[in-house]
Design a protein around this ligand. Structure first.
Ligand code: 4AD
Ligand code: MG
Length: 476
């Protein structure tokens, strides 16, 4: 029977005899293999009977080599582990030249590992991050499934720009005078999405609204694409977004849903990924030791997650936030780079970070933004100048969620689209929802990588997605 390292280390049954396959993390004294198969942060020690193992095989036990071990699980005589495998036979499945193998048993920089993204998940840090990412995605589906939502697959190729922000990657645009030609001189429609102008989706929201208005409670969870040229530690050109959409739910209900959802998925990892969290927490503590006191974090990773799970998010209107910001400075010596002078200004990330990290010191839900700085589909308030929008800001991250109650009144929506020059012909199907059985409805979008950043304590979004897509970067 074949087992994973994780099974062997967590079961108290003794498996005899057993088989295990994995990669050598380290090999010392020609006798002890630290074996990992990706199932846990912990290696299992395999004790090789070197007297009965031929030299040729011993030479091939190198860091990175894939091995198939048969043996017995026994109580360990050494320190640091309770059980170990007494090896009865070892087969080298795949050699790894120790001179060339880039992942050495030492600490590598995150930059170096990004350049070796295809191998970085063999390190403790990245295997922990990717296991957490996997558990979190499962927790997302579990939460919605447990709460009566239907999972919807929204299209990746689309003709609409859901956010109306012009940040779409083009799939195609047919230039009638110069169509792309194939080798035979015929028009190559494949290069051009069969002649229709299309782009990669920036959000599944508009399509999710159509399903909410028929199935009630739905969500999407898929890749979305943004052509904004932002080279920051929090932006990707391709990221995964979770977007629930619910009929008959207003903005207050939307806030309740978002808060409950985030608490639920975070408590799920506290329960199911403890070892990985503890490892990443220690990594951050070690990193902190190299920093001056003032820059060290006040709370450990696990305490930060628990804090979010156990405390209410602070709900603050945009207008209240502006008043706070007008009367504040990020610290005694410094002013904000961008000074908010009047109501209506868009908040920059320095303001958002100030509100959550210095002022409220907890996640904040900002709501009722000025209509002029938000997307066309948001519900206009009775004051005629604000919309029922909400952004959820997180310490260390900034904006985690963007959502709103949607404009359900046909005439108001049409007027807004006209003012923003958004074509009614293109969104005829979206307007139909307001013609036939319109109703209050709301939803939000959560950037999955930003949630993974919070859950792992990683400071750069490139380190929480398998193969980051950023401007100029699409190698792997
Ligand atoms: O605020 P955004 O643009 O909202 C929407 O797309 C709405 N249609 C969502 C909805 O209501 N269904 O994006 C939502 C979230 C942001 O709060 C942020 O967490 C994340 O998506 N996000 C990004 N994450 C990584 N890289 C980027 N370039 C991102 N842009 C947005
Ligand atoms: Mg936003």
């Amino acid at each position: 029977m074949s087992y994973t390292v994780s099974q062997l280390l967590t079961q108290d049954i003794t498996f005899q005899p057993l088989e295990i396959k994995g990669w050598v993390r380290g090999f010392r004294s020609n006798r002890f293999i630290a074996l990992n198969d990706g199932s846990t942060i912990n290696n299992i020690q395999c004790v090789v009977d070197f007297e009965n193992t031929d030299d040729a095989t011993l030479k091939r036990i190198t860091t990175g080599a894939a091995v198939h071990i048969k043996g017995e699980l026994v109580e360990s005589q050494g320190k640091g582990q309770t059980v170990e495998i007494q090896v009865t036979s070892i087969e080298i499945l795949g050699d790894s030249d120790p001179e060339e193998y880039p992942i050495q048993p030492k600490k590598h920089t995150l930059e170096f590992l990004r350049e070796n993204a295809h191998l970085r998940t063999r390190t403790n840090t990245f295997s922990a991050i990717m296991r957490l990412r996997s558990t979190l995605s499962f927790a997302v589906h579990k939460y919605f499934n447990d709460n009566g939502f239907y999972y919807m697959h929204t299209p990746i190729i689309t003709a609409s720009d859901a956010e109306g922000a012009g940040e779409t990657f083009r799939v195609s645009s047919l230039d009638a005078k110069n169509p792309p030609l194939d080798d035979h001189g015929n028009i190559d429609y494949k290069k051009d999405f069969f002649g229709k102008e299309t782009n990669l989706t920036v959000s599944g929201q508009l399509e999710a609204e159509t399903f909410a208005m028929s199935l009630g409670k739905v969500y999407t969870f898929g890749p979305t694409f943004r052509a904004e040229n932002s080279n920051t530690s929090r932006h990707l050109s391709e990221f995964w977004m979770i977007e629930p959409e619910v009929a008959f739910m207003d903005l207050a209900g939307n806030m309740d849903l978002a808060e409950d959802f985030m608490k639920s998925v975070l408590s799920y990892i506290l329960e199911h990924n403890r070892e990985d969290l503890e490892f990443l927490e220690q990594r951050l503590l070690d990193e902190d030791k190299t920093k001056p006191q003032a820059e060290r974090s006040e709370m450990s990773l696990i305490d930060k997650i628990k804090f979010v799970v156990d405390n209410n998010f602070k709900r603050v209107s945009y207008t209240e936030a502006i008043d706070i910001l007008k009367n504040s400075k990020p610290n005694k010596k410094k002013k904000f780079k961008y000074i908010i002078e009047e109501w209506g200004a868009d908040l920059q990330s320095e303001h958002e970070r100030f509100l959550v990290e210095k002022h409220f010191k907890c996640p904040v839900i900002l709501f009722d933004y000025p209509a002029d700085i938000k997307a066309f589909y948001m519900r206009l308030n009775e004051d005629g100048k604000t919309v029922r929008a909400m952004d959820i800001l997180f310490p260390g991250i900034g904006e985690m969620v963007g959502g709103s109650q949607r404009e359900e009144r046909l005439d108001v929506l049409k007027e807004k689209m006209k003012a923003l020059d958004i074509s009614e012909e293109e969104l005829w199907w979206y307007l139909d929802l307001r013609k036939y059985g319109t109703a209050v409805h709301s939803g939000f979008g959560l950037g999955f990588e930003r949630l993974v950043m919070f859950a792992t304590g990683m400071g750069n979004i490139r380190d929480v997605i398998p193969y980051p897509r950023t401007p100029q970067n699409a190698d792997f």
